[in-house]
Design a binder for this molecule. Structure first.
Ligand code: 5RP
Length: 282
């Protein structure tokens, strides 16, 4: 593997333990102002130092992340549909590799919609993105999108992950399911697990633990961190599983201990001054 590609990958998947903790804040690219992510700057700031990398769009990176940050950025480069449009699977590449390099991305990310109406378009786009990205030593993270009509079982996710890896994705992000070992076994590149919809904190930590035990290298969690009442406590608890080898009980105890002391670090409870240029300063 070329030096640049290897170097960028090692910013995302830590070489000392082959584990990754990515914080996902890209939801607005099709959901708009997602609940508790209405103000990305306020949400990201206290969490940034606790994740290994941040997955986001260029708009959020430019407006809501301190450029002096040392946290590696995983830049979503696909989009084109919204939650109120006809079909979420109709995505294209919307950000160039030059832009990803200008933004000092450590990887680029896009979704494929296997089994959907736009399967062909999104899979071909992935192949083309890999062609382009490899010219610059840029890793590609493929997200196996799921939806109402797309499955979430091991059979479907094994198929979707393998298709992504066959196109040359360097990392695949998918969803946890029963028999997840089967998904991992048949995917020749590292798998990172998304958190999915908000569930109780203990269940989200159990999902994290199960995914790692089944062979995932890590987590790309969004809603189960920043929709928690205690996002910093939650990311630290997830981190203790991924990087500290905690079990679920240990991680959940840490969450409870940190959340009991959490008076100041919850951006979802604080009424901070707005950083929105469209709102008048009080
Ligand atoms: C949306 C994404 C999200 O980054 C991904 O779903 C992770 O976030 P969450 O843990 O909230 O599911 O790729 O397409």
């Amino acid at each position: 593997m070329e030096w640049g590609l290897q170097n960028r990958l090692s910013r995302i998947i830590k070489p000392n333990n082959n584990r990754a903790l990515m914080l996902a804040v890209d939801h607005g690219y099709f959901l708009g102002p997602t609940e508790k992510l209405e103000n990305p700057k306020k949400v990201i700031a206290p969490l940034l130092r606790h994740c290994d990398s941040l997955m986001l769009t260029r708009g959020v990176q430019r407006t809501s992340v301190d450029p002096k940050s040392e946290t590696p950025m995983v830049l979503r480069v696909s989009g084109g549909s919204s939650i109120i449009g006809d079909d979420l699977s109709q995505e294209d590449i919307t950000v160039s590799l030059e832009e990803a390099l200008r933004l000092n991305a450590s990887a680029v990310a896009m979704s494929i919609f296997v089994g959907s109406k736009y399967e062909y378009q999104t899979i071909v786009n992935l192949g083309k993105l890999v062609n382009e990205a490899e010219k610059y030593g840029m890793p590609v993270l493929a997200v196996t999108a799921v939806g109402k009509e797309l499955g979430k079982d091991a059979r479907y996710l094994s198929l979707a992950c393998r298709v992504a890896a066959e196109q040359g994705a360097h990392i695949v992000k998918t969803y946890y399911c029963d028999n997840f070992e089967k998904v991992v076994e048949s995917c020749p590149v590292p798998i990172i697990v998304a958190g999915g919809k908000k569930i109780p904190e203990r269940d989200a930590l159990q999902l994290t633990y199960n995914a790692i035990k089944a062979g995932a290298v890590g987590l790309d969690m969004g809603r189960n961190i920043w929709q928690s009442e205690h996002p910093v406590a939650m990311i630290k608890a997830a981190r203790s599983i991924i990087h500290g080898n905690s079990n679920v009980e240990q991680a959940y105890s840490l969450y409870k201990k940190l959340s009991a002391n959490d008076k100041s670090n919850n951006p979802n409870q604080k009424k901070n001054k707005s950083n929105n240029p469209n709102q008048k300063k009080k």
